[in-house]
Design a protein around this ligand. Structure first.
Ligand code: S3P
Length: 173
């Protein structure tokens, strides 16, 4: 499938960049977390609180596989989608995977204003550093890596568009 799939740690800008990229490509944008919440009729935080992370991961894998049945969409994912090997394989088969990254201080600044992330409850700085260490290298399989630290959206989208056209194995048509 010829989707564009954005992965990356929480707070790296996936949803914001995904929206702008979809507008530029004139493709629909599908945010997997938002889709999960719609389908489950409850928030991600509610799923974690009532059924735990393992159940969330199961739903996440099922709905990822479902949305990858279609093409020509910009799909943005939750930061933990890379934890399951089956998701990585599904994304590799489903389109061009682009990893966004950002400096830890910027991630902390961006996520600090938002209460919707159950894995960051408590000491945000400590949680971000711990999870970044646990997930070190897990986003590296993406052929495109884009740093969003201190950059504006249009500049990031320009870089992605340029890099995408350089990808010989990607045809958006
Ligand atoms: C998670 C990231 C969140 C959301 C859930 C778990 C993670 O998405 O899927 O809270 O494990 O990194 P964002 O990356 O969009 O914050």
């Amino acid at each position: 499938m010829n989707n564009v799939i954005l992965i990356g740690f929480m707070g790296t800008g996936k949803t914001t960049v995904g929206k702008a990229l979809a507008a530029r490509l004139n493709w629909p944008h599908l945010d997997l977390d938002q889709y999960i919440a719609e389908r489950e009729k409850r928030s991600i935080a509610d799923i974690f609180a009532s059924e735990g992370e393992a159940r969330f991961r199961q739903i996440e894998s099922e709905l990822l596989a479902e949305v990858l049945q279609s093409g020509k969409q910009v799909i943005t994912t939750g930061g933990g989608v890379v934890l399951r090997r089956q998701n990585v394989l599904a994304m590799q088969a489903g389109g061009l995977v682009i990893a966004l990254k950002a400096a830890p201080e910027e991630i902390i600044r961006r996520v600090s204003t938002d209460q919707g992330r159950p894995l960051l409850a408590g000491d945000v700085t400590e949680r971000v550093h711990r999870l970044l260490a646990e997930r070190a290298g897990m986003y590296d399989f993406a052929p495109l890596q884009v740093d969003t630290t201190g950059r504006d959206i249009e500049e990031i989208v320009d870089e992605i568009m340029t890099k995408m056209t350089e990808q010989t194995d990607f045809r958006g048509e």
